[in-house]
Write a protein that binds this ligand. Structure first.
Ligand code: NDP
Ligand code: 2IT
Length: 444
């Protein structure tokens, strides 16, 4: 049996009931076959693949907190410190009722290669909890965050592990987490990114994932002779990534016609009103049913359906496995030219293969959404030098990083005879640096 197949088999056997983790490992290792085959003897002797699929450390802890009625509630907290070969662990904290160890491991595993692709010195990690911030008061969210950080603070630090936001963790949650870290540890350090601008945050971090997604998409299209201006875009999600993806798409002259949340989706033939979306989601923390009050010409539909709308470009920006084979078929039938993943692993493997087989340009999340973590690394740099850069400086660096990522994965794909396969390119380019660093550092 090939080394790749052996390790995939081991991962499935040793991590039962973690389908998302299996999926992420399979996708990466399948792409790495040409690299692994070229170095098989050495990698086997060094057990390189076994090491890369096993987190360096995984923490699971109890998070008790008191709700507004005086009832004690208990959630489970996680932090998976996956790989520190190229820098301190770095990755977000997801707060969503669906969170379990397998989901955090899939996200942490993806983060290793994504962070490597940014070209910045950050290792891979991820954390979170099954706590649901939706419908909770600010005080309840604070109580949860304080309890979560009371345990997490023992394991993180500006030079060891630097968490940030993800689904359900935005500016409010990062503020409460930072306050509690500082209070317990007595350290004013860049232990979290995505901080508010008055206490060490970086300009552009809020916008970075969505903006970065569009910078990379524009470059991918341009290198394939397509101009993004004038194109129709379908976006899923209505959170941090989706909002700023829509904003940048509009600035580039494209028209975004959809957004969605977990209950339904909006079709706005005149182009999504980003200011209205921001007010509904960022200020009121309300549902998308409200959108019609701002834009009477728009349609609201219950359930899922974003990918049934005719578009030139599809940007899944909500969550994992939200773009299925049947959706891919619909997109292809409607003449879609490109899919770029704002979310982590939003496209199933069979859907990805179908899109690629039908010549749809496909940018995988670990490249396309890397702008968020890249800007987090820029926030860490600013915290270290105790300076703040201007919006223009950070934005220019973000653009350079995204354009470089695209060319690195394009080049890696070409080097191994997979021209145009950006999934293979991203996995190989991300892996090469981490593998070299791991081998150089010996058996650790
Ligand atoms: P937010 O919490 O801001 O928004 C998430 C959006 O996706 C909401 O509209 C939410 O709807 C929807 N959503 C979440 N879970 C589900 C679900 N199970 N089914 C349907 N819809 C769902 O998160 P972000 O925008 O930050 O994150 C979105 C994606 O981007 C995630 O995959 C995340 O890992 C990834 N990402 C985020 C980065 C960041 O910097 N924030 C960086 C790189 C990747 P509802 O409100 O109804 O739950
Ligand atoms: O998935 C991701 O890259 C993030 N949620 C951002 C992580 C970070 O450390 O900024």
């Amino acid at each position: 049996m090939s080394y790749v197949d052996e390790v995939i088999e081991q991962v499935v056997a040793q991590n039962p009931a973690e389908p998302e983790f299996h999926q992420a490992v399979k996708e990466v290792l399948e792409s790495l076959r040409p690299v692994v085959e070229a170095n098989e003897e050495r990698y086997r002797r060094e057990a390189l693949l076994e090491r890369i699929v096993n987190p360096e450390r995984q923490l699971k802890f109890r998070v008790p907190w008191v709700d507004d009625k005086g009832q004690v509630r208990v959630n489970t907290g996680y932090r998976v410190q996956f790989n520190s070969a190229i820098g301190p662990y770095k990755g977000g904290l997801r707060l969503h009722p669906s969170v379990n160890l397998g989901i955090i491991k899939f996200l942490g595993f993806e983060q290793i290669f994504k962070n490597s692709l940014t070209g910045l010195p950050i290792g891979g990690g991820k954390g979170g909890s099954d706590f649901d911030p939706k419908g909770k008061s600010d005080r309840e969210v604070m109580a949860f965050c304080q309890s979560f950080m009371t345990e997490l603070c023992k394991y993180i630090g500006a030079d060891t592990d630097v968490p940030a936001g993800d689904i359900g963790t935005g500016a409010r949650e990062i503020g409460y987490l930072f306050g509690q870290y500082k209070r317990i540890k007595g350290l004013y350090e860049g232990v979290l990114t995505g901080k508010g601008l008055t206490y060490g945050g970086s300009l552009v971090r809020t916008e970075a994932t969505g903006y970065g997604l569009l910078y990379l998409t524009k470059e991918m299209l341009a290198c394939n002779g397509i101009d993004i201006a004038g194109k129709t875009i379908a976006i899923s999600g209505a959170g941090n990534v989706a909002i700023y993806a829509a904003q940048k798409a509009e600035q580039m002259g494209a028209k975004v016609v959809t957004v969605s949340d977990s209950t339904g989706w909006v079709y706005d033939p005149d182009g999504i009103d980003v200011a209205a979306l921001k007010e509904i989601k960022e200020v009121k923390r309300a549902r998308l049913t409200e959108y019609k009050n701002y834009r009477p010409n728009s349609e609201y539909h219950e359930g899922r359906g974003v990918w049934s709308v005719k578009c030139d470009i599809a940007l899944p920006c909500a969550t994992q496995n939200e773009l299925l084979l049947e959706d891919a078929k619909q997109l292809v039938a409607n003449g879609c030219l490109a899919v770029a993943e704002g979310a982590n692993m939003p496209t199933t493997m069979d859907a990805t293969e179908y899109l690629q087989a039908n010549k749809v340009l496909f940018a995988p999340g670990k490249a396309a959404n890397a702008g968020g973590v890249a800007t987090s690394a820029l926030e860490m740099s600013q915290n270290s030098e105790r300076l703040s850069w201007t919006f223009q400086e950070v934005d220019a660096k973000l653009q350079d990083i995204m354009v470089n990522i695209f060319h690195n994965l394009d080049d890696a794909a070409k080097r191994y005879g997979f021209e145009g396969n950006y999934v293979v390119g991203a996995n190989i380019a991300g892996f090469e640096k981490v593998a070299e660093a791991m081998l150089a550092q010996g058996v650790v």
